[in-house]
Write a protein of this length. Structure first.
Ligand SMILES: C[S@@+](CC[C@H](N)C(=O)[O-])C[C@H]1O[C@@H](n2cnc3c(N)ncnc32)[C@H](O)[C@@H]1O
Length: 339
């Protein structure tokens, strides 16, 4: 079958509409975003591959990951709480607004809409959210590609949040420039992502090793394979640790801050607190689902099916038995657009 024979047409249309709706479909022909499913790969009109939360299982994993982020940030939806709450305080002259880019299952946007009922929340993603109930009046979701920029949202938001989207972004530093323009003066940018690099129990980065070599981990092997696949598709997969520097280089941010949080994959740390144990257990489940869902990416990269199956099987055994003690690292960065 040729690439021109599509299994599915996943066309959607970019929108800048301020009108509340579940999905805003307001055609703008020159900005039309067309996504196609070709043999299980999601391609845009330039035949570039996108990572989409294509199924219910992936959205459930994102909901679980959302809970992990919440615990990681000390039972909060965001770092820098004073800055966020100040930016979102009720105002007499306009209604504060929140933008969640790469919203995934929409959990963060929905939780922010509940926490800040006086704010408008807009979530955008390449794919639709999974709707399981009525939406709050102050939230709406749009289908859009962050790689096309946000020229239609100049100085529109008081908080912009982009979490775990690096794999789908071609130029993350350029995207920070787009966010700068979309923020109102004094608005807050919140960035966060986990790394595909894993760490040993001393929090040292695991090198790429071969089976049998001391320190080899199948989990690291499968994450490294996925990292390479995402990178070869043009994803800004190295951006999580670079965002503080890019915020500084941008020149329009003040009060820049960042933190890096290590979370064990599975409850192998002795004397961990109940909250740390819970997070580690949730992260192990999250990793198992994530690894399970990596097959299409790895197969499209040219791995043999039996190689993928072996990597997935061995990584699952490793994680379930806690044979290898692994940490993952999560990076957060934030800054205020100069008032
Ligand atoms: C790992 S999920 C994270 C979802 C959500 N931000 C969270 O933290 O739960 C990555 C999301 O980013 C979306 N995404 C990736 N590239 C994108 C792009 N260029 N424009 C819009 N959304 C994108 C994907 O479709 C997916 O839903």
């Amino acid at each position: 079958m040729e690439d021109s024979e599509y299994d599915d047409d996943m066309s959607s249309v970019r929108s800048g509409s301020p009108a509340p709706s579940l999905y805003s479909f307001h055609p703008s022909i020159d900005e039309r975003l067309v996504l196609r499913n070709v043999h299980g790969r999601i391609l845009n009109s330039q035949n570039e591959t996108y990572m989409l939360p294509a199924d219910v299982e992936e959205h459930q994993r994102l909901d679980l990951q959302h809970q992990i982020y919440y615990l990681m940030l000390g039972e909060s939806l965001y770092p820098a709480p004073d800055m966020v709450r100040t930016a979102l305080r009720p105002r007499n002259d306009y209604q504060p607004a929140i933008f969640d880019v790469g919203t995934g299952s929409g959990s963060w946007a929905l939780d922010m809409a509940k926490e800040f009922p006086h704010c408008n929340v807009v979530g955008v993603d390449l794919a639709p959210i999974r709707v399981t109930g009525p939406l709050p009046d102050n939230v709406r979701f749009e289908i859009d590609d962050a790689n096309l920029g946000f020229a239609h949202y100049r100085e529109s938001f008081d908080v912009i949040h982009a979490r775990a989207i690096s794999a789908g972004i071609h130029d993350f530093k350029g995207l920070i420039g787009e966010f700068t323009d979309a923020l109102r003066p004094g608005g807050i940018l919140l960035l966060g992502d986990g790394e595909m690099q894993l760490y040993d129990e001393s929090k040292e980065a695991l090198p790429a090793l071969e089976p049998g070599e001391p320190g080899f981990s199948w989990t690291q092997r499968v994450f490294f394979a996925a990292y390479n696949a995402m990178k070869s598709r043009g994803g800004s997969i190295d951006s999580p640790s670079l965002t503080p520097r890019w915020l500084q280089e941008n020149g329009h941010f003040t009060n820049i801050g960042w933190c890096k949080i290590f979370v064990p994959i599975g409850p192998w740390v002795e004397n961990a607190s109940p909250r740390e144990r819970q997070m580690a257990e949730m992260l192990r489940t999250n990793c198992l689902i994530h690894i399970n869902g990596m097959a299409p990416l790895l197969l499209s990269e040219g791995y043999f099916p039996e190689t993928v199956e072996k990597m997935q099987r061995e990584a699952a055994i490793e994680l379930q038995s806690l044979q290898v003690h692994l940490y993952s690292r999560w990076n957060f960065a934030w800054g205020m657009k100069t008032p």
